[in-house]
Design a protein around this ligand. Structure first.
Ligand code: TYD
Length: 131
C-alpha cells in the first residue's frame, strides 16, 4: 500500500456525530500503541523522520494539520481537518507534520511499540535505506 487517506465510518446524529475504527479492519494493521500531539505552538513542525517498520494512522481529532510524506522519490502533502478520516502511512516513508492549527489535537495509531532503533532521523540515511 502507499500513503493514502482512509475514510472512516461516520454516524451522523442530531445528538452529535460518531466515528470509529477497528484494527485490521478499517486500518491495515494491529494497533500496538497510540500517542497524541497537542499544544503545538504556531509554526512548529514535528515528526521529521522515517520508520523502518512502524506503520501509522494519523487523525486530526480536532483542528487541522498537514502531513508531508516522502518515499524517497516523490513527496505528497495531505491536509487532515476532519475526525472521520485519517492518513495511513506505511513503513519506510519520511513524514513530517506541519501547519498545525491553533488547539489542534492529532492522534497517531501505531503498529509498533516505541523503539528508538526503528527511527531514521537523518534524511541522507533514509535515502540510503531506500536504495
Ligand atoms: P518523536 O517521535 O521523536 O517526536 P518528533 O519527531 O516530533 O520530535 O518523539 C519525541 C520523544 O518522545 C522521543 O524522543 C521519545 C518520546 N516518545 C516516547 O517515549 N514514546 C512514544 O510513543 C513517542 C511517539 C515518543
Amino acid at each position: 500500500m502507499k500513503a493514502e487517506i482512509i475514510d472512516l465510518p461516520k454516524y451522523e446524529d442530531p445528538r452529535g456525530n460518531l466515528s470509529f475504527l477497528e484494527e485490521n479492519n478499517h486500518i491495515p494493521f494491529k494497533i500496538e500503541r497510540s500517542f497524541w500531539i497537542y499544544d503545538v505552538p504556531g509554526g512548529m513542525t514535528r515528526g521529521g523522520h522515517a520508520f523502518k517498520e512502524q506503520q501509522e494512522f494519523i487523525i486530526a481529532l480536532s483542528g487541522s494539520l498537514e502531513v508531508r510524506v516522502d518515499d524517497g522519490k516523490h513527496s505528497d502533502i495531505f491536509t487532515l481537518n476532519r475526525s472521520y478520516y485519517g492518513l495511513y502511512v506505511p513503513k519506510g516513508y519520511w513524514r513530517q507534520m506541519q501547519n498545525f492549527s491553533t488547539n489542534s489535537l492529532v492522534m497517531v495509531l501505531s503498529s509498533t511499540v516505541f523503539s528508538e532503533e526503528d527511527y531514521i532521523r537523518d534524511y541522507d540515511d533514509f535515502l540510503k535505506f531506500k536504495n
